[in-house]
Design a protein around this ligand. Sequence first.
Ligand code: ATP
Length: 841
Amino acid sequence: MWSQQERSPRPASRRPPTTGQSRPRTAQSRPWTGQSRISTARPQTSASTRYEGSFVIALLEGRGVGREVGLAALDSDIGRVVLVQLSDCQTYVKTLHQMHLHNPSLVLVPDTFLSASDAVIGSSNKRATNPSLLVEFIREEFPDIQLEPVPRKYWNETSGLEFIQQLCVEDEERAAIILAVSSKYYVLSACSALFKHAELRRNTRFSAGSLRIQYSPVDGTMMIDPESARNLELVGNMSHRKSYHSVFGILNHTYTAMAARLLRVNILAPITVQSSIDARLDVVEEFVQDEDLFNEVRGALKTLNNMDFDKLIATLAALETVLPTSAKAASNRVTQMLNLRNVVRNLPLLQKALENTKSQLLRIIHEMLSDDRLGKIDSLIRASLNEDTTPTKHGISAANARVYAVKANYNRLLDVARETYKENVGDIYTLCNTLTQAHEIPLTLVYQETGFIFSLKKSDLEGELPKGFINVTLKKGKWQFSSMELKKMNARMQDALDETLILSDKIIQDLVTEILMNVGALYKASEAVALVDMLWAFAHSAIIRPEFTGTLAVKSGRHPILETVQSAGTLVPNDIYCDDSSSFQIIQGPNMSGKSTYLRQVGLLSVMAMCGSFVPAEYASFRIHDALLTRLSNDDDLEKSLSTFASEMATSAMILGLATERSLVIVDELGRGTSPREGFGISHAIAEGLIEQKCFVFFATHFAELSTTLSRQPSVVKYVAWRTSRSVSNFGMTFQYKIVDGAPEDNTHYGLDLARLADLPSDVLTEANRVSKRLTELQTRHQEQSDSSKIAMRRKALLKLRTNLTQAFEHSALPDEELVAYIGRFQADITKVFLYSNDTD
Ligand SMILES: Nc1ncnc2c1ncn2[C@@H]1O[C@H](COP(=O)(O)OP(=O)(O)OP(=O)(O)O)[C@@H](O)[C@H]1O
């Protein structure tokens, strides 16, 4: 229940910077293996299963016109707070996108946002008659996540700022973060509710200066609406939740949990700052070209396998609110300290591996790992902990590691408690030997959480167990049991064990306090490791380094997920070309000819490139997009009981509302949910809307007339799925389509194709073909001779000229003479177009 007691945040200390950016560089990769290293196998580490966070997200929306939303997210397990304030649209797609980035486990909203039926004890009575629209969208998008109302009084701007000032790690970025959020009313209020909730409902408080608080301006990343992320299978497979066939799955060769988390967030919100992307690409390229470096870094990362520094630091920093310390909490803290010791001990390996690297970002990472404070932490740990205790997960050796974690002679009482523990364990082993001899059965001891039990192989027991043994069970071919005496001894041993842990914990807590003075260095190291681990994973599957020229041009690109699924040689590569003069691309072709795959490929390759990853192609150049918006066919629509039509319209409205000149829009088969005539009309209208926005659009459609009705628009081009060869078995076909420019004349007769497959007589087919060709010729001619089509032709040519000239001047590295010849060729082309369109007048 919400307590009325107000508690103010506690006094503060420090925090780490994120990595800086480096200069752009363009180069082609020369992978030393000569081919793709994208593996079809499950990634080598288990980091993939541990990336999911458990953020509690507090949300506040302004009631004004602008739909300003403040979002504060806290993952106390990893000591991270993310703050965002944004202006959203009617569908709250940006807010939902941000929520997806942080995997919510609980969502907090002001109680006034919920309707009276959502009453919760202790909250205010002021309830809206209807829940806020934002709440409805959240419920729809996250049906399994609990929404908890927080009394309106806790959404307080001033207290939000106080929390931030007191809990934020003290480092170079702290001042900038405080400055950035200090004028953001909604995010500050959300922050206050978030920490009040942690204090009052979860009984969690944080040490001063122990949290990494990050303010994320939304314009530094590409917005991908949640529906698109799902349909494109960015972080999860649509059909099988556990499948690795997603972009995340194929790229996640990370070793540490922090890197897996970083990768997930980057895939869902790729960066839009070109210098940052180039800096990452430089690193990937250096790994690709320098095999020794690649292997050395792998070796260093292996020593940190499965580590989650953030979690480790956060657990150590979390204050024990129930006093006195429980043995369980003490045991946890001792284990975490042993893990921290291993991390601090192994970090120098990575630092050494990066010693002579060339790329600027790797040098920055090296610097972050060379922080003197890490050495200080190492010395502090060495002074208190035994060198040779290794934390293991289970068994008596795990208990012993905790008991002997702290050095001897540190505390007399601890030494005495350890002796008692040792004697108790010795007594248990003696009992086991005695019983073995007395009953002539080879008993062994197994240590479980509650103490020891006896174990005996089933085959070693003839007849029944001797009397006196209790709690007998049979597990995996072994008898397991106890005795009253063993139970008593276990209890004595457990008491001694708990005492050693509680006494050790006092020393560990002092150590933690000293370490926390330098927690900024640890968080910084965590960020450095996460980044280098993620970029190393990119290098693991690198193929070709992408460039960012503003033109989307891919030669022989492959769908990155399909490539890992299909057997070698069965994937047909496709080219992509899209610039300002061809920004609206109509894609047509028969069913099952790869249109959807092509569209998805465009989106996925752009996402990968903007994360700083190499892409599967022979050459690739991209534009940096502010948003990736899609309307892709989705079977879920039915489950959501939305009609296809309603869903299409809702998504189209969202796309039209959000798309800008810098967006990438992908639309697959719009207008399926209504009559063909209406469907065509709607598709045309939406296409015109998108053309006006000047974004890059890939528009797959069955409406062949669309290319005619849109032909006056100079930026519209048409691509078709063109059959290169095929093998037939009744109606079956092996895949042999390629997306090509324009409309090769006979390929548009998809019905004839099917008729041929259905074995219609050849003379019927020949005649059908002849008539069909003739009709098409007449139609084409008629179109070409119309005035509007001549004007459109000239407009197209002019737009193409402008785009090519801009490209030539801004991105070409050609020497002057060649540039002049290149421009001369444009001139000739455009003259031809003008002469032709005049001739036909
Ligand atoms: N480039 C390719 N190389 C090999 N196989 C491909 C390629 N593109 C698509 N495929 C395979 O062909 C099948 C059909 O692909 P896709 O769904 O993209 O076709 P489509 O034209 O969109 O079909 P429809 O019009 O019926 O929706 C899929 O099984 C896909 O895996």
